[in-house]
Write a protein that binds this ligand. Structure first.
Ligand code: KG4
Ligand code: ZN
Length: 339
């Protein structure tokens, strides 16, 4: 089926046309207005989505070489996310589907990330364990067959990406922080500072990342810096790189070890990474080393499908519509929708 997917759950206005696993177009318009605030400002996000949604959808259709009437179904994210932001894409998708007389389905944003690996080749073979790590979520999911999955564990407080963003803010590195920390970490010593790793109870597949964020804050204070993010300019680049590398190593350590516990428990041989943090080079490297040691196969989506994008929403929309899982026009946005 040729599906138009719309994603507006946070600060990316995105639309894509996907047919089966083939991405015909994937237009992502990022909102830079939030950078000055060190995080996404919900009201500004909704307004920016409203300004851009029409042109982003038009551009996705144009790049796909597709007329509106050739679209066989429309999918839009209905949660989790910022309610005002979700409403823009969801209502646009519903209205377009109604106007064109096409089937409509709401898509869970986390299912989008979970299945984003099917947009890149090679795609993982089922069954596999997926580590979904983004700015809003950190979860381990067992995918038994396409569109049959169970949640194994998730974060009890901060998401991994959120920890990256908050630590970057403390270090005065701007927003989003993940890519900057990743880049600086490349020249740092991961053993320079011993930040704590939280594994929770023995065998738990849940995560907790609020402790490490606080540990970084205390470390900075002990080093005579305030938490307002003024480390830059005060410290030399090497020190900054060492903190980034040490922080990243601690987060990656927990993510890799928990994923391997999930692998042992489910007995799968395939592991997929997904979500914005799966772009992290340290995480990819550590996963590959551990996978080689255990004879596992690791899959990670192409970078454009790691971040929020309409293609993953269109793909899951296709899975749903093939199974006759249409949504009613009364479908409401659900900011805290779970997997
Ligand atoms: O999946 P995503 O685009 O949006 C959410 O659903 O949250 O993920 C965004 C998150 C941000 O927290 C960002 O800092 C993080 O992904 N991120 C990274 C990297 N690239 C993006 N974190 C670590 N290393 C990266 N290279
Ligand atoms: Zn996301």
């Amino acid at each position: 089926m040729r599906i138009l997917g719309i994603e507006t759950s946070c600060d990316e206005t995105s639309a894509a046309v996907v047919e089966g696993g083939r991405v015909l177009s994937n237009v992502v318009s990022s909102q830079w207005v939030h950078a000055a605030y060190g995080g996404v400002v919900p009201e500004l996000a909704s307004r920016a989505h409203q300004r851009r949604i029409v042109e982003v959808v038009d551009e996705a259709l144009r790049r796909a070489g597709s007329e509106k009437r050739e679209i066989e179904g429309i999918a839009a994210t209905y949660g989790p996310g910022l309610v005002g932001a979700l409403l823009v894409g969801l209502n646009f998708g519903k209205a377009l589907a109604y106007g064109l007389g096409k089937p409509f389905t709401g898509v869970n944003h986390m299912e989008g990330h979970l299945y984003s690996n099917f947009l890149s080749t090679p795609a993982p073979e089922c069954p596999f364990v997926s580590l979904v790590v983004s700015g809003g979520h950190t979860m381990l999911v067992s995918v038994e067959a396409p569109y049959r999955h169970i949640l194994l564990g998730q974060t009890r407080d901060d998401a991994a990406g959120e920890a990256f963003d908050k630590v970057a803010k403390m270090l005065g590195l701007g927003y989003p922080g993940g890519p900057v920390i990743d880049r600086l970490a490349a020249t740092g010593d991961p053993g320079a500072v011993k930040f704590p790793r939280s594994f929770l109870e023995e065998g738990s597949l849940d995560f907790s990342f609020s402790g490490i964020k606080t540990a970084v804050l205390y470390y900075l204070r002990r080093a005579g810096l305030d938490e307002r993010g003024s480390a830059r300019g005060t410290w030399d680049e090497q020190k900054m790189a060492d903190i980034c590398a040490s922080f990243q190593a601690a987060v990656v350590d927990v993510l890799v070890r928990k994923t391997m516990t999930a692998v042992e428990r489910t007995g799968v041989r395939n592991v997929a990474l997904a979500g914005g943090v799966s772009a992290n080079s340290g995480l990819r490297r550590a996963m590959e080393i551990e996978a080689a040691r255990r004879g596992l196969r690791i899959f990670a989506p192409a970078l454009e499908f790691c971040m929020d994008n309409g293609a993953m929403i269109a793909y899951v929309g296709g899975l749903r519509l093939e199974r006759d899982l249409q949504s009613p026009m009364s479908l409401a946005a659900d900011p805290s929708l779970s997997l």
